[in-house]
Design a binder for this molecule. Sequence first.
Ligand code: NAP
Length: 271
Amino acid sequence: MSYTFGLIGEKLGHSVSPIIHSKLYKILKMDARYDLFEIKKENLEIDFKDLKEKGIKGLNVTIPYKVDIMKYLDDVSIQASEIGAVNTVCFQDNKIIGHNTDYYGFARMLAKNDIPVKNKRIVVLGAGGAAKAVIQFFIDSNASEVLLVSRDVKKAAQNFKNVKIINYDELSLLKQGDVIVNCTPCGMYPKIENSPIDESCIGRFSSAVDLIYNPKETLFLKFAREKGIKSVNGLYMLVGQAIVAEELWNDITIDETIVDKIYNELLKEQL
Ligand code: NAP
C-alpha cells in the first residue's frame, strides 16, 4: 500500500522537506510520497479536512498555521500543548493528533553536538514560534537560567510567561553565558550580511547555535567560529524534526545512523 504525507503552509516554494522525506523513503524502501500543499489562510479548515478525507496519513505544518491548526485537532501531545504550537499532525484511528517535532529535532541536534544544557545559562534570541519549542526544551532539560532576548520585551512577555525577557542592550551587559541560540531569521539567505548580535557578545558563550541552515555558516556562526567557540547550524534539527514526524506517522523507530546519513548527503549537496 502506498502512503501520502506532506507539508501544509502558505508559501512553500523553497521547502527542503520533500528532499529529506524522499531520501528516507528510499533508504527504508517505503512506498510513500511527500507532497507540498499550499493553503490560503481563508481555506485552512476546509482544505485541511479535505486532505484528511483524501486519506493522507500525516502532515507537517509550517508558517503561518502552527497555532491555527490546533483548532481542528482532537488532541495534542504534552510538548505541543506546552509550546502552544503544532508542526506535525497524525491521522490515526479516526482521531487527529498534533505534535511538535521541532522540540525533538532541536534536542537531537544538541545531543549530536555534545552541547550540555543541564545547569547551564542559556540565551535565546527572538521571541517567535521556533523560540517556543527551543525554550520549552531548555526548561524541561533543567537549564539553570533561560534568558529570552527580544526587540520588544512587552510584546514578548504576552507570549512567553515562563522565562526572563531582556532587550538587546541588556544582553550586551551580560558577562557570561553557556549556550546562545539564534531563533531569529536574521542572517538567513538572501540577507546573509546580517547578524542579530555582534562578535564581542558571542565570545562570552561556550557554544553558539543558529536555527538557520541557509547559508551553512551565517555571520552569527562565523563570529562564533572566529572566537573559537563551538558553532552549530540548524540543518541537523531540520532533518531530526522530519525523522521524528516519520516515526510518529508510521509508528516506527528510525536509527540515528539514518539521520546522520541524510544530514551528510544534504551537506554534500549544499542545501
Ligand atoms: P519568526 O516567528 O518569523 O521570527 C522569530 C523572531 O525573530 C521574531 O518573533 C522576532 O522576535 C525576531 N526577529 C524577526 N526579524 C528580526 C530581525 N530582523 N532582527 C532581529 N530579530 C528579528 O520565525 P520562527 O518561525 O520563530 O523561526 C525563526 C528562525 O528559525 C527562522 O530562520 C526559521 O527558518 C528557523 N527555523 C529553523 C528550524 C530548523 O529545523 N532548523 C525550525 C524552525 C525554524 P522579537 O520581535 O521578539 O525580537
